[in-house]
Design a binder for this molecule. Structure first.
Ligand SMILES: [Zn+2]
Length: 280
């Protein structure tokens, strides 16, 4: 099996201050739910790392994709009363809405017996909502929470939608930005130095970081902490040697000032891909 050069003493647990393990991006938590095949590959890849970390903000993105979808499915299933009708609705009415469609495969996969299918699907969805973001804490050794955004620990249930909090009283986005200003500025500089790898998201990060450096008050809402999501997650991952993501285009740029190895899975390969060209 491939070794990522992180064996022995360098592999994590003894380095809590500066962990050398792997940092899991939101896209990894999400992918594990969306595809059994990728879940297995991710599980294999993680065996190489005795220390796994993530950031609380990945919970926000997990909620926005997985938990909000579970809520939507549950409510729609109650409204239509039958799994077959729900699947029909998802396949035909939501044909162009990938966000909701992708998941119907997982529900079908979990419910083999037609008679029990509807009840089993409801049970699956309500269990998922009850577990909520605790799933993420459960699969990592460390969840960094410098931003302490209340959004990350919201509850969701059959009668409670996953949504952005109205008043972000608990979000430390402005303090977090001030504390990590040099690193945020480095991220902005790297984005600007790589125009050939520019994406709309990266451009937006650079612009917002620039504005916040002049006046941090522009960040004073959870709408803004969401706009900076991947940049916040990148900053929280500081000190980790490897960054595991499926969000390659942005991370390929954001990993550079952090001098991290970029780890991702390709559709047609069982092996995780390791980018070493800017290895520290
Ligand atoms: Zn926030």
């Amino acid at each position: 099996m491939t070794s990522f050069g992180l064996s022995g003493k360098d592999s994590g647990v003894e380095h809590r201050g500066k962990p050398a393990g792997v940092f899991l991006d939101s896209s990894i938590h999400i992918t594990r739910f969306e595809s059994n095949a990728f879940d297995r590959k991710i599980h294999e890849a993680l065996k190489e790392f005795p220390w796994k970390g993530t950031a609380s903000y990945t919970k926000v993105e997990f909620g926005n994709v997985i938990l909000s979808c579970a809520y939507y499915y549950y409510r729609k299933l109650e409204e239509l009363g039958d799994l077959e009708k729900l699947c029909d609705f998802l396949y035909h009415r939501l044909r162009y809405n990938n966000k909701y469609r992708q998941w119907s495969y997982s529900i079908l996969r979990e419910t083999f017996n037609r008679d029990e299918a509807t009840e089993r699907a409801k049970l699956l969805l309500s269990t998922l909502m009850a577990t909520g973001t605790a799933y993420i804490s459960g699969c990592c050794d460390e969840v960094r929470d410098g931003i302490r955004c209340g959004w990350a620990d919201q509850r969701v249930g059959p009668r409670i939608a996953w949504q952005r909090p109205n008043r972000p009283r608990n979000c430390r986005i402005t303090e977090f930005f001030e504390e990590n200003k040099p690193l945020f500025s480095q991220l902005r500089d790297t984005i600007e130095q790589m125009p050939e790898q520019q994406t709309r998201e990266l451009e937006a990060f650079a612009k917002l970081i620039e504005q916040a450096c002049k006046d941090v008050k522009v960040l004073k809402s959870c709408e803004k902490c969401r706009e900076l999501a991947d940049a916040i997650i990148a900053v929280e991952s500081e000190g980790y040697k490897a960054f595991f993501t499926q969000n390659i285009r942005e991370s390929d740029v954001l990993c550079r000032p952090l001098k991290q190895l970029l780890l991702y899975l390709q559709q047609d390969s069982d092996k995780p891909i390791l980018r070493t060209d800017y290895r520290p």
